[in-house]
Design a protein around this ligand. Structure first.
Ligand SMILES: [Zn+2]
Ligand SMILES: [Zn+2]
Length: 394
């Protein structure tokens, strides 16, 4: 990177593009104008800010002196005298006054309480994230309580809770600035449309719409199936796999739109993703929540029977389980296999469909789901029921 000489001429369109970019990237703008100031020593227009701390302080944060005017000034009046209170390079360092949290071994920098139980040193990616998001600098050896962490990341409540307690003058070397820019670049690149790995990046509403589960339910599901031996891979995590599967079930999307939505490399990755999540669900989650084995007869009678059904159907025999059995439809596309197409075509609905048989209690609790069955004339509910009873399916 080579600095442009202070007296170099710039054409109008480049200048316009630069201002446009500056407007859209205020954070980098702050840094750049600082580096500008450091290199050219001629922007003497930041003197109006409150020099609260030492001789040198910066306009990088918490100031509203327009930066566009700064540049205009420096372009138009390059000979303005150099002002001493402006941050400038001294032996390759720049000093900035920063909003800092407390940095203590005994106090948590998030809740500002004395640490009672376990605590951790704030990792550098959390520090740069907070700086990026909230303009608050967490000093290097600050600690926080482990309560503020969810899945190894600072949770949303904690981020909202963080506030600066002092303004401190910090010294940054050129390599610090470089590191900072690198970290911001990483944060920028990690921005996915729907990143289920980062619990903070998906809002409750988005989670509900995409997966039909609330965030808490989603966490619970992931926690349950993480015991099944499904592994995180380089392309997708368990969480993404589950989210992709649920999203597919909910919207019946083909795999290509899912690659776009979850920013996965290709549709083959999506299908592997769905397969591993499906296997994990079948192994770990489904047996505990569906089928005759997952709930006892007494539970159905005492917890999942409505009073009305009880009253109407078996008033004098309280120890009778009442279930409702009916088939439902899953519409499918017309098959190219002629035989299957004929067997799956339902004359009543005039469409291709499959029929799962649902066994539910009178409160709507799904006890079991058997099937799916084909849907031609020989697969009516009665014959399906007969088949289930004969085979004693569970
Ligand atoms: Zn140009
Ligand atoms: Zn705390």
């Amino acid at each position: 990177m080579e600095p442009v000489a202070a007296d170099a001429k710039i054409c109008g369109s480049c200048r316009g593009a630069y201002y446009d970019w500056k407007k859209r990237n205020p954070d980098f703008d702050g840094i750049l104008s600082r580096i500008d100031g450091e290199m050219s020593y001629d922007d003497g227009d930041n003197c109006d800010m409150d020099t609260s701390a030492n001789d040198s302080s910066s306009a990088l944060y918490g100031e509203d002196s327009g930066n566009d005017t700064n540049v205009d000034d420096s372009l138009n009046e390059p000979n303005e005298p150099y002002c001493d209170s402006v941050t400038h390079g001294e032996n390759g360092f720049i000093t900035l006054s920063m909003n800092c949290t407390i940095s203590s071994h005994r106090k948590c920098c998030v809740c500002q309480q004395y640490i009672v139980r376990n605590s951790l040193t704030v990792p550098s990616n959390d520090r740069s994230l907070i700086w990026l998001m909230k303009n608050v600098f967490i000093p290097e050896r600050a600690r926080y309580c482990t309560e503020h962490i969810l899945n190894g990341q600072l949770n949303v409540d904690a981020i909202n809770q963080i506030k600066p307690s002092i303004v401190q003058v910090m010294k940054f070397s050129a390599s610090d600035v470089q590191l900072l820019i690198d970290q911001w670049q990483i944060h920028f690149q990690q921005q996915k449309r729907f990143n289920f790995d980062d619990t903070r990046s998906v809002s409750g509403d988005e989670c509900k719409v995409l997966t039909s589960l609330t965030k808490v339910q989603f966490e619970d599901l992931v926690w349950q199936i993480s015991k099944s031996g499904i592994r995180n891979s380089s392309n997708r995590s368990i969480r993404t796999a589950v989210a992709v599967l649920l999203c597919k079930l909910r919207f019946a999307m083909s795999n290509t739109p899912l690659t776009v939505l979850f920013q996965l490399p290709d549709k083959r990755t999506v299908s592997r993703c769905i397969e591993s999540a499906r296997t994990a669900l079948i192994n770990e989650f489904v047996p505990k929540n569906l089928g005759f084995a997952h709930i006892g007869r007494n539970d159905i009678i005492h917890q999942h029977t409505s009073t009305l059904a009880q009253y109407l159907l078996c008033e004098n025999e309280p120890n009778t389980a009442i279930v409702v059995i009916d088939s439902t439809y899953i519409y499918i596309q017309k098959s190219r296999n002629n035989e299957f197409q004929r067997e799956s075509f339902n004359l009543y609905k005039k469409r291709s469909l499959l029929k799962p048989m649902l066994i539910v209690s009178t409160t709507g609790y799904i006890i079991a789901c058997i099937g799916p069955f084909l849907s031609n004339y020989s697969n009516n509910d009665a014959s399906i029921m007969q088949n289930i009873l004969h085979r004693n399916t569970d």
